[in-house]
Design a protein around this ligand. Structure first.
Ligand code: 9MJ
Length: 682
């Protein structure tokens, strides 16, 4: 079919669809204001794809359907940058930053403040993208700053990269520079898919972005969740640009690029120091990795006046945050036995300062994880700690493996009680079969029983439980309540006074709530929330202990697996004997009206699930949770689309980010107080 024979309808519909899809992309990426659901977007794209299949002669390189990649290359072609791509000098302290500012003032012979653009420093791959007459013609890596590699096919697959600039008023030639990176969520999803498929996972989002851009087959790059954030202009011809860097970036946004929403113009270096501090606090809640802040003199004429030294501009500086990843040595692997018998390999590391704390242990999770990492004792490993997340070993530095590195042997017997350690069918974990014969499990069960959210026995810490079990003063949790002050006073680091205090604390803990008691029993997979649901539903111990699996599954959030664990617990005679003894020794709680018998619920927040994160000032998170529950709300540990609202205090991290991303309502502490007061709780 020749172009002329194409129906005007198809031609105009194709053009209309392209326009709509480009607009949606622009709103989604550049403006950060998604306008339609993903399904609707996909529908438009599919319609366009179908029409283009029917009229292949109408396909153009800048059609949004052309982001799927093309035939693989044999190798990347080298590209010489018309303007070198510079690197940045680093500052490591507020003093370094002040000195930098002073150097510039001296050189410029000025005394007034300098205005700076402040931008997060994204941890990705620097890139140059050239547009001619508004069309993307070439994209290249930074390389050594002078020569990079042509990765145009790969970059064209990234949806936040405009294939055609928006509007009609742009330079004839325009080189946009920025960072290609992989947002945290996309990275996690990519690694999950890779792990499930048995493929190698990426150590961090930066490596994943680099690996994805290095593909000779752009169809692979097209499947990777990459994004571009623009942060400067290189070559530009045919149009004057604004006088300030931040205004240039706003213009880039109008042309269709995503720029960083955290970018600001600061009036002085003192404001830059504040910005660095504030962004550091926000770092863990951002949807992408950053490794610092970049400060750039905002006035372009002043930038030109200052010029460069060797490969770095005089007018910019990067102020790094503490590293989130460091290398250290894996000295040994020990096996810890948990409360339910799970045997977990724990890495003992040469202590290393990472993500703001000194890390000397990290969990290796299970056998599969060790196999995946191919970790051996003596290896140099990469430890990552991002924000409030527990330290992880994310990779092994293969080149540094010593000749005598020893494979990690899994025990076939429990390292504590020597009972057989068995692989649980369908699980990666191995488990000690010793049950409560195993002192490790016994200790963990008792520590859990006494913990703050369970029986809350003040002063009964891990070390004390260890001594009590080792000296055979107690075997089960019930034995705690037969201890005498004299027995306790004999223990290390105890005296008559602290012994009396412990006995008093034990006495006090006997008065408990039903839900805390259930939680304290340490039934597998029964955390606080499940314990609360069980308590609400059954109301009495009698009803709970007699419930069969079918009845248990009537309870919110309880599926067949947890129902089975609960049932197994209550048919075990030893467990029933311990519960019986606890009650005889005075452990008691007010009985509740079971929900099973009460289906009227007129509490104001009934049916709403909320999440608490960060720190609160007027009360603890637990107290806030109790108040919200008193109004009928459920308090959950993670944010989902079903979350009604999130209460976020200072230091809120990934949960806040998730809420913002899902558009879930977020209350600060004042908002929470207002809500409580509205319902008569203060
Ligand atoms: C990053 N990595 O986010 C620059 N960068 O500017 C920002 N890098 C940069 N700017 C000049 N925001 C050279 C590098």
């Amino acid at each position: 079919m020749s172009q002329d024979s194409v129906s005007p309808n198809a031609r105009s519909r194709i053009s209309e669809l392209r326009q709509q899809i480009d607009d949606h992309n622009y709103r989604y990426y550049a403006l950060d204001e998604p306008s339609i659901p993903d399904a609707e977007y996909d529908r438009l794209l599919n319609e366009l794809r179908t029409l283009e299949q029917q009229h292949p002669e109408l396909i153009t390189a800048d059609s949004p359907t052309q982001r799927v990649g093309t035939a693989p290359l044999d190798s990347f072609v080298s590209v010489r940058h018309e303007m070198p791509m510079l690197s940045l000098d680093n500052a490591f302290s507020d003093e370094d930053l002040t000195a930098f500012d002073q150097r510039l003032k001296d050189r410029l012979k000025i005394t007034g403040d300098i205005e700076y653009a402040c931008e997060p420093k994204l941890d990705g791959i620097a890139i140059s993208i050239l547009y001619e007459q508004g069309k993307l013609v070439r994209a290249a890596t930074r390389g050594d700053g002078t020569n990079g590699e042509d990765i145009t096919d790969n970059v064209r697959t990234i949806r936040s990269v405009p294939l055609q600039l928006r509007g009609s008023d742009y330079p004839e030639r325009l080189e946009v520079r920025g960072e290609i990176y992989m947002p945290s969520e996309g990275f996690a999803a990519l690694n999950k898919r890779a792990a499930e498929a048995g493929d190698k996972v990426f150590v961090n989002p930066r490596n994943a972005a680099a690996g994805s851009l290095r593909q000779l087959d752009s169809r692979i790059t097209a499947t990777r969740p990459l994004e571009l954030c623009a942060y400067s202009v290189g070559v530009h011809q045919g149009m004057a640009l604004p006088a300030r860097h931040t205004d240039i970036l706003h213009l880039l946004k109008q042309w269709g690029f995503k720029i960083n929403r955290e970018m600001i113009a600061a009036r002085s270096i003192a404001e830059c120091i504040d910005y660095h501090q504030q962004l550091g606090e926000k770092r863990a809640s951002l949807a992408y990795d950053i490794d610092g802040v970049v400060f750039k003199v905002n006035d372009i004429a002043t930038q030109e006046q200052l010029g460069f030294v060797s490969r770095a501009p005089r007018w910019a500086i990067a102020f790094k945050f503490p590293a989130q990843e460091e290398m250290t040595e894996l000295q040994a692997v020990e096996f810890q036995v948990g409360r339910t018998g799970t045997i977990t390999p724990v890495a003992r590391l040469t202590p290393v300062f990472v993500g703001g704390v000194t890390v000397s242990n990290a969990t290796l999770h299970n056998r599969d994880e060790i196999a995946r990492l191919d970790a051996r004792v003596g290896d140099t490993v990469i430890v990552r700690r991002a924000g409030d997340v527990i330290p992880q070993i994310v990779g092994v530095v293969a080149e540094r493996r010593p000749a005598n590195a020893a494979p990690i042997e899994f025990p076939s017997r429990c390292p504590i009680c020597d009972s057989p350690a068995v692989q649980v069918p369908g699980e990666a974990a191995i488990r000690c079969e010793g049950g409560l014969i195993c002192p490790a499990q016994r200790k963990e069960a008792i520590i859990h029983f006494a913990s703050r959210k369970a029986m809350d026995v003040d002063g009964l810490g891990d070390k004390l439980v260890e001594q009590l079990v080792d000296k055979e003063l107690i075997k089960t949790v019930a034995d705690l309540f037969t201890l005498t002050a004299e027995q306790v006073a004999e223990l290390e680091r105890m005296g008559p006074k602290s012994a009396e205090n412990l006995i008093a604390a034990l006495e006090k803990s006997k008065q408990v709530s039903f839900e805390r008691f259930i939680y304290a029993l340490g039934i597998r997979e029964v955390g606080e929330a499940t314990a609360r649901n069980l308590a609400d539903y059954f109301g009495t111990l009698q009803a709970l202990s007699e419930a069969d699996e079918e009845a248990l599954q009537q309870v919110d959030d309880i599926g067949p697996v947890v129902a089975r664990f609960v049932r197994d617990f209550f048919i075990e005679p030893d467990n029933l004997a311990i519960i019986q003894k606890l009650r005889e020794l005075g452990v008691h709680w007010p009985e509740k009206t079971p929900q099973a018998a009460d289906d009227t619920n007129d509490q104001p927040l009934a049916g709403q699930t909320c999440v608490l994160t960060g720190t609160l000032e007027a009360m603890t998170r637990d107290e806030a949770g109790e108040k919200l529950r008193a109004l009928g709300a459920k308090v959950a540990g993670s944010v989902s689309k079903k979350t009604a609202f999130v209460v976020a205090g200072p230091g809120a991290g990934s949960k806040l980010a998730k809420a913002e991303q899902l558009g879930v309502e977020v209350l600060d502490e004042a908002g929470l107080m207002a809500l409580l007061q509205q319902h008569g709780i203060s």
